[in-house]
Design a binder for this molecule. Structure first.
Ligand code: URA
Length: 212
């Protein structure tokens, strides 16, 4: 898997404030939104485009427009919703599919409780939004689901990633024959015994929405 840790002072600045335990939910939501837009810029570097001719007020010239089918953005509920607006700001014509997944806090296994996605994802570039790549179980299950519907090209956007999660995705998808890309604002040290990323930022869903 190709992992891209975005190295930019604005990304580091916003991530630092997200980590701060004193940051309240409204500020956390705003910063997460801004941070995702910066990640989206990197994550869409290989978005497919088609060459077109455009008329300027002076002359025709060559340019590009996003190819069809349009990309699909897939926030993983609930915390991935906090990343949706920041992504759609850069890809306003993308379609959005929803995957509801929850992780059992004892076994850390992911299970799917809701899906609202096109049946046929063949040829679609998919951008999965999940703030915290911890054990990797949830993201791996989400990506498997997209591949099972014919997606060919998946990029995951995470605010933070743990080495354990990256290793898990690598082992699950190494021989899948499909390219997976991960774009993240930070690669942290490790997971604690409860599967939280250290140093991390705590529970992303709770910090975004304030309820457990
Ligand atoms: N999910 C979170 O919200 N935070 C973590 O640190 C790990 C998983």
């Amino acid at each position: 898997m190709e992992t891209h840790v975005v190295d930019h002072p604005l990304v580091s600045h916003k991530l630092t404030t997200l980590r701060d335990v004193r940051t309240d939910s409204p500020t956390f939501r705003r910063l997460a939104d801004e941070l995702v837009t910066l990640l989206a810029y990197e994550a869409t570097r290989d978005v497919r485009v088609t060459e077109v001719t455009v008329e300027t007020p002076l002359t025709p010239t060559q340019g590009v427009r996003l190819s069809r089918p349009t990309p699909l953005v897939v926030p993983i509920l609930r915390a991935g919703l906090g990343m949706l607006d920041g992504m759609m700001r850069l890809l306003p014509t993308a379609e959005v599919g929803f995957l509801g997944m929850i992780r059992n806090e004892k076994t850390l296994e992911a299970s799917t409780y809701a899906t609202r996605l096109p049946d046929d994802l063949s040829g679609r570039q998919c951008f999965v939004l999940d703030p915290m790549l911890a054990t990797g179980g949830t993201l791996a299950a989400a990506i498997q689901f997209l591949f099972s519907r014919g997606a060919v090209d998946v990029t995951a956007l995470c605010l933070l990633a743990a080495p354990e999660g990256i290793a898990h995705l690598d082992s699950v998808f190494r021989d899948s024959g499909h390219p997976i890309k991960l774009v993240t604002a930070g690669l942290d040290e490790r997971l604690n015994d409860q599967g939280y990323i250290l140093p991390g930022l705590g529970d992303a869903g709770d910090r975004l929405y304030g309820v457990a």
